[in-house]
Design a protein around this ligand. Sequence first.
Ligand SMILES: C[S@@+](CC[C@H](N)C(=O)[O-])C[C@H]1O[C@@H](n2cnc3c(N)ncnc32)[C@H](O)[C@@H]1O
Length: 209
Amino acid sequence: MDLRERAEWVLKNFTWNPQGGNDPFWMKTEQRGPCQVKSTGELDIILDCIDRCPKDFQGWIVEIGTGKGGTAALMAAKAVFHGGLQVITMSPDLKPEIDIELEGLKEVVNYYNVKSEPFYEEFKKIIGDEKIWFLYVDGEHTEQGANKDLNLYYPHVAEGGYILCHDMTMQRVRNGVEKFMNEHPEFKRIITKHPIQGLYKRYSPLKNI
Ligand SMILES: C[S@@+](CC[C@H](N)C(=O)[O-])C[C@H]1O[C@@H](n2cnc3c(N)ncnc32)[C@H](O)[C@@H]1O
């Protein structure tokens, strides 16, 4: 299968987990069985944000906290069809379920086995002047952790681009995110059908995009 066929395969091969409650969503990987990704509501938000990326945009999707790699694989599959996007995903634990390479999408996804803070200097060198279209914050689930990740990576988010913060049901995560957002009015919350997650769009004070 070529890259586009692989990406199509990943995007199509989702199935509800019959055992799971709480709206879990699973992706079947060819080699290793199910790999948990997000609830449908959150997946729709992620896919929609990537769909909104302008066709001529050359840049990045960044995920802080890879977990089992399901969401990274999905975002990478979307990136294939955009053409100008690449995914960076990072986490300190390389779990065996990670399926990014197995799904044959490594041309568009770069996994780094590292924490967000020590990785930041290398990250800057990798992306250079390019911007992040979609920043997905799902790493250290503490007030300080969420706040630090936002403070480090937000300068690279493009005007018109998005930040999605996962697990805002956790008070400590919400505190870290809200503290950051209160200090950064250029990011405005977007109310979604899945309000427990925090979706923010970066607005330009000049262009109003
Ligand atoms: C809930 S899982 C992420 C799930 C994944 N985003 C998904 O959608 O499938 C949290 C991940 O964050 C990682 N993590 C924790 N602290 C981190 C940090 N400081 N930097 C990057 N990743 C971190 C954990 O190792 C774990 O892989």
